[in-house]
Write a protein that binds this ligand. Structure first.
Ligand code: ZN
Ligand code: ZN
Length: 346
């Protein structure tokens, strides 16, 4: 089968010709229809995120059809349209039995610790395959398995409830999904904090209150617009100590700040005035859970989570095209997502 692999850190991906994986009793073989190209893949290629073995087929945002089914798999059948949960977990450790598989001691990420979806076929445990309704195109099924799933997990971790207001710091792929999902939860006002003009304009176009962080302190702006109250929930999706602090400061009493963006920097807060006095919470968010994916798929099926065609770009399973897409992602300032398309729905 054809695949595109990382063979050397810091070098371009290359085309490879591999044998189709053998399927074990609990596995399924998937004929890949679409695989999303993610910013994480840039980090793997460039050595910013460490990977364990080379060569490696990248790609953790995958949708396709079930080609072969191991004898013990009960949840999907040959020919089913499916999308893939990218975290492979043991199923038996103390965290897996509580369905908190992101802490599995032997967890493996598809496309990082084991071969991913930049290939004609991929083998995954049957438990990682989720049915994809006919209404959802393969392209959307693939890309929603990463940033949209994590945005949903962030809202769940923040215990976001109908009617609550929310501030979203950062309007990239995560923020774009978070805004739509907050709406799907019947949220109150949504404030999007950004410094990029095009992103602010696109947030405003879909009904958010745009907060331009270049013009004035975003916390002051949010406080002014909420008569001094602040918001119930703040999502920090950028990964900056400065915006993390802002996310805490813009909260109302009993507010929750969920931190999703990564940074190695430290942040400091004033414990009394910013935390204790208001009983606010700071919550860490890591990846997402298999148990959250059925709700995510349903939001997409109902059209509450959507990716307009102008935000999707398609390339072939070809190293040169994929490398060009990874290069473009490094400087990306828009919502355009690139997807490797191997088979369309038509
Ligand atoms: Zn991703
Ligand atoms: Zn486990």
């Amino acid at each position: 089968m054809r695949a595109v692999q990382l063979t050397e850190i810091g070098k371009a991906l290359t085309n490879a010709d591999l044998t189709i994986p053998e399927v074990g009793s609990s596995d399924v073989l998937i004929r890949v229809a679409a695989a999303g190209i993610c910013h994480s893949d840039v980090h793997y290629r460039d050595g910013i995120s460490k990977i364990d073995r080379l060569p490696l087929t990248l790609g953790h945002e995958i949708a396709g059809t079930v080609e072969r089914v191991g004898k013990d798999v009960r949840n999907v059948y040959r020919g089913d349209r499916i999308c893939v949960h990218y975290l492979v977990s043991c199923g038996s450790c103390e965290f897996c039995v509580r369905r908190l598989e992101q802490f599995c001691r032997s967890g493996q990420m598809i496309g990082k610790h084991r071969d991913g979806g930049y290939a004609e076929f991929i083998k995954v445990p049957g438990a990682n395959a989720f049915r994809l309704p006919d209404e959802i195109p393969f392209e959307v099924g693939a890309i929603m398995m990463c940033s949209s799933a994590t945005a949903l997990h962030a809202l769940n971790k923040a215990r976001f409830k109908p009617g609550e207001s929310i501030a979203i710091f950062g309007f990239g792929g995560l923020g774009f999904s978070a805004l739509q999902l907050a709406r799907a939860f019947d949220c109150g006002d949504v404030y999007v904090v950004e410094i990029n003009h095009a992103k602010l304009a696109s947030a405003a176009k879909i009904g958010a209150i745009a907060i331009d962080a270049r013009t004035a302190d975003p916390v002051e702006q949010i406080k002014e617009l909420t008569a001094g109250r602040g918001v119930d929930v703040a999502l920090e999706l950028i990964g900056s100590a400065k915006t993390m602090h802002q996310a805490v400061r813009c909260l109302s009493p009993l507010g929750r700040a969920a931190f999703v963006g990564l940074t190695a920097d430290s942040m400091s807060i004033h414990p009394y005035t910013e935390l204790i006095n208001k009983e606010v919470e700071i919550i860490g968010v890591s990846d997402h859970l298999a148990t959250e994916l059925p709700a995510l798929v349903e939001f997409a099926r109902m059209g509450k989570l959507r990716f307009p065609p102008e935000t999707l770009r398609v390339v072939d399973l070809d190293a040169a095209q994929i490398n060009a897409a990874l290069d473009a992602l490094q400087n990306s300032i828009d919502h355009v997502r690139t997807i490797i398309e191997l088979a369309s729905d038509e």
